[in-house]
Write a protein that binds this ligand. Structure first.
Ligand code: NAP
Length: 540
């Protein structure tokens, strides 16, 4: 099956924040754009991650597009942190408003893309058999969109119901009276466990590594909140676009060393009450200097001890061995409190590892526990998985998966040597997951479209990243990361959650605005680091 147009200008893969934005703006620029999306509708990560309790950990008024001022005024968020259904409704509204669905083919999972050097064209195929071609391939396929399941002995033998938070069914299963095991203790488990606990007869969380979680302090947005947000929106956006993480929040203005010790507690408390990931912004340098981090961790531990009643559970829930904030802090609504309920408990896999999964339940070294349901909240092949799981063949047939076997080689997070006209949005080497993805998606989409427009205007048919430029960008990214405590922590940011995956700090940690300034300068200077060229027609 081939779509009717011979060669489109752009094929965009993915209909999440970045894909929708890019497709809308490509069409507005008069380009012929086709979108391919594995889901049956728009939404990207918010299409798949429908698990109970799923909500964004960036405030809703920030986690929304900034390009359409009327949209910004007219779409009224109901809560400080939006739920997954509300975000999906929002994206659906954006899609209707800008008539973006007509460009997409849904339920089409891309399995292969191949660059034809002679024709200067990408040909893309889907698992469902669609084939389409375009001059530019824009991968907006997400950072956390390739879920993984743990390699547990006997996993397939479980006779009860099995769910995965990242591929949750559209019809929520009813856990009333059920015995539920949750494997994993990252953000997805932290958000869903309190909801499971509301109806299940028993909830057992199997935790390998304790995570830091800070309450969201979520609340409905009142009319007064909304009026104030509207009045302040331009200013808020300006701060976000000029900040380090795409949000208006900044750290306490006075450096830690200059704040008297007796006043630091109040500053931590204020940051705590902001909620969730914002706690890591209590002081400048909290994730760079061990001394500040230790103070934050001790504050966290005191808070945790106020919530969790059982001493052993408290000890097991207390994170060890890595700095607070160097894995994304989870944003919860009642996670730790759940463990005070008589039917919710924790298995610390460091003390009591899983031996096997069997038909009736999970056996750890201490014995078998029987369940009706197992929920896997076990994470993603982050940042690179959505690209390396597709057979992307560049110049001379090289496979992206092979080119990245020793680590992602990406210039600015946008382009890969050997893969002309492939533009990867929010990829390794860009701020993406360390920033507000709504705004990074706009920036990345604009950057891709600006390069495409530049090539069209100058008559270039291909843009390819130079290997030395990519190498220099990777070295710069690694150098910036080495100045932070992030680089000392094993996490999905560095590929450590996947056995055999090359290690290296994947997102660009130098900050959103510094990143924009750098990449814009590169564009202003005529795209240094890219080879822009014109392929003259090859004789038949
Ligand atoms: P995650 O943070 O990678 O957590 C996966 C969990 O599964 C970890 O606790 C991990 O333990 C555990 N695990 C993996 N393999 C295991 C095994 N073989 N045995 C036992 N445990 C195993 O994944 P996630 O919770 O889906 O979150 C990923 C990211 O998505 C977050 O960091 C966040 O950026 C985003 N997210 C955000 C929200 C939100 O608040 N808006 C919600 C969900 C997700 P180890 O740590 O020991 O590997």
């Amino acid at each position: 099956m081939s779509d009717s147009t011979t060669v489109h200008d752009i094929v965009v893969v993915g209909a999440g924040y970045a894909g929708i934005y890019t497709t809308i703006h490509a069409a507005q620029a008069g380009l012929d754009v086709i979108g391919l999306e594995a889901g049956a509708d728009i939404g990207g990560t918010w299409y798949w991650n429908r698990f109970p309790g799923a909500r964004c950990d960036v405030e809703s008024i920030d986690y929304s597009y900034s390009f359409d001022k009327d949209l910004q005024r007219q779409w009224r968020w109901s809560e400080r942190y939006a739920t997954q259904p509300e975000i999906l409704r929002y994206l659906s509204h954006v899609a209707d408003r800008h008539d973006v669905r007509r460009h997409y083919r849904f339920s089409q999972r891309v399995s292969q893309a191949r660059w034809d050097e002679d024709a200067q064209v990408w040909t893309v195929r889907t698992e469902q058999g669609l084939e389409t071609s375009a001059r530019w391939l824009v991968m907006a396929s997400g950072c956390l969109s390739t879920p993984i399941l743990p390699d547990l002995p006997g996993r397939e033998s479980f006779a009860g119901d099995v769910y995965q938070t990242a591929a949750w069914p559209h019809e929520h299963p009813d856990f009333t009276g059920k015995r539920v095991a949750v494997i994993g203790s990252g953000a997805s488990a932290v958000q869903s466990v309190p909801i499971f606990a509301e109806s299940a007869a028993e909830v057992v969380v199997y935790q390998r590594t304790a995570n830091y979680s800070v309450p969201a302090f979520n609340r409905p947005l009142t009319d007064e909140d909304w009026r104030a947000a509207q009045e302040d929106y331009d200013h808020r956006r300006e701060l976000s676009w000029n900040g380090l993480a795409g949000s208006p929040w900044t750290s306490h203005p006075v450096p830690y060393d200059e704040v008297p010790e007796e006043e630091r507690e109040a500053i931590f408390e204020e940051a705590w009450l902001r909620g969730g990931v914002l706690f890591a912004k209590a002081f400048q340098g909290l994730t760079a200097r061990q001394e500040i981090n230790d103070a934050a961790r001790e504050f966290f531990e005191r808070k945790l001890a106020e919530i969790v009643e059982d001493p052993q559970t408290l000890a097991d829930l207390t994170p060890h061995g890595y700095a607070i904030g160097t894995k994304r802090i989870c944003t919860d609504s009642g996670y730790y409190r759940s463990f005070n309920l008589p039917h919710v408990s924790l298995v610390n896999l460091r003390r009591d590892p899983i031996v096997e999964v069997g038909p009736s339940g999970i056996r750890t070294e201490s014995g078998l526990r029987e369940f009706d349901v197992i929920v896997y909240a076990t994470g993603f092949d982050a940042m690179t998985g959505a690209l390396t799981h597709i057979d992307i063949h560049g110049r001379d047939g090289i496979l992206l998966r092979d080119a990245w076997a020793e680590g992602a080689v990406n210039y600015l997070g946008i382009g890969v040597p050997g893969f002309p006209n492939l533009l990867t949005l929010n990829s390794a080497g860009s701020p993406s997951v360390l920033s507000n993805m709504a705004l990074t998606s706009e920036q990345q989409g604009d950057y891709a479209l600006r390069l495409i427009a530049h090539c069209a205007a100058q008559g270039f048919t291909s843009a390819e990243v130079r290997a030395d430029a990519a190498q220099a960008w990777i070295e710069h990214g690694a150098e910036v990361a080495s100045g932070s405590l992030f680089s000392k922590t094993d996490s999905w940011y560095s590929g450590a959650n996947i056995a055999g995956k090359a290690r290296g700090f994947l997102p660009y940690i130098g900050g959103f605005r510094p990143y924009i300034d750098r990449v814009d300068r590169i564009a202003d200077e005529g795209y240094t680091g890219f080879v822009l060229s014109t392929r003259t027609a090859v004789p038949a």
